[in-house]
Design a protein around this ligand. Structure first.
Ligand code: G4P
Length: 313
């Protein structure tokens, strides 16, 4: 399944990010703790390369704590990178952010050398929720400054730490297939970009492998292991009374039930990817994409046309 879209304002957001990035000391990238690899925008990664980075694994209350720990270690092993877990229940998110940013850029402090931090992330990752809880403290006036576009705001985390917010940003084309499904399961990509039933079948396959007991308990199923994805969805539909006439299961309704439960954390604290899985998926996605691009270039050459420069993916 290919999930694709190209909302024009994403390009604008990327330009705004690139204009802003030169005088930034630390980039905070907010990720979904249940799917850190899939929720990392490759466009943001490219635009902010070489900058000190703080990865926030947000919504950790919904994710498997053991898997979140693996992801935190994975990111912290990268040079110039720190990672912290966070969720909306955190009493003092500003303190966590301040400590991490100061650790990343110790030479920036005091009013003459303020620490400038940019925060970005894909839509629905919880950035507004975090910003709202931060702005409960101190908001800087957003003046008519170049580089601060509409939709960006500045927040003073401390007297000498300025946080610049950017609009939530998706990217033009998802090349990692598993990433597309995971983003769809989390609700980060819109309904019209995906086949809900297919997304749920992929989700159930993963959950049945990694968290069979949680599925069994939530839906009071006799068994989970050994069932095919469609049998599992059928069994869930029956248990939850999602029926059509004639004893048939309303598959769409059953799929909606599973998605709603997953997004609300009602099945349990679940993660959809391990770092080691993501590395394999990403490599495969890149390989497939590069093959597709070579084939397309060859087709153009065969038709006597010049190959196009590869579009950002
Ligand atoms: P965004 O700005 O990045 O697009 O995301 P936003 O803050 O709007 O959050 C998206 C959804 O995620 C919201 O739910 C929000 O409540 C929820 N959320 C944010 N942070 C956390 C968290 O740490 N844990 C959990 N469990 N949920 C979080 P919503 O259903 O869209 O809206 P509402 O229920 O808040 O009205």
């Amino acid at each position: 399944m290919a999930i694709q879209w190209f909302p024009g304002h994403m390009n604008k957001a990327r330009k705004a990010l690139e204009e802003r990035i030169t005088d930034i000391d630390v980039v905070i990238e907010m990720l979904d703790a249940r799917l850190p690899g899939s929720s990392a925008n490759p466009m943001i990664g490219r635009s902010t390369r070489g900058k000190k980075t703080l990865k926030i694994l947000n919504k950790q209350d919904l994710a498997d704590p053991e898997v979140t720990k693996l992801w935190l270690d994975y990111y912290c092993a990268r040079p110039g990178t720190l990672a912290i877990g966070l969720d909306a229940g955190e009493r003092a998110p500003a303190l966590k952010l301040i400590a991490a940013c100061r650790e990343l850029a110790p030479s920036r402090s005091g009013l003459d050398k303020p620490l400038r931090v940019l925060i970005c992330g894909i839509p629905n990752v919880g950035k507004s929720t975090l910003i709202n809880s931060l702005t409960g403290r101190r908001i800087a006036k957003t003046g008519n400054e170049p580089g601060i576009t509409k939709g960006q705001q500045r927040i003073l985390l401390a007297d000498d730490i300025e946080l610049i917010d950017t609009p939530g940003m998706l990217w033009p084309k998802i090349i990692v297939e598993e990433g597309g499904y995971n983003l769809a399961a989390s609700g980060a990509v819109g309904r019209n970009a995906l086949d809900e039933e297919e997304v749920v079948l992929v989700l159930l396959t993963y959950l049945a492998r990694r968290y069979p007991e949680a599925l069994q308990a939530r839906y009071k199923l006799d068994e989970v292991v050994g069932l095919q994805d469609t049998q599992l969805l059928d069994a869930i539909g029956r248990r939850r009374g999602a029926m059509l006439g004639g004893g048939k299961v309303n598959i769409q309704k059953a799929a909606e039930i599973v998605l709603t439960d997953f997004r609300a954390g009602s099945i349990g604290r679940l993660s959809l990817e391990l770092p080691e899985e993501w590395v394999v998926w990403e490599a495969r996605g890149r390989e497939q994409e590069s093959r597709r691009q070579s084939e397309r270039a060859q087709q153009r050459l065969d038709r006597g046309l010049k190959p196009k420069t590869p579009r950002e993916s």
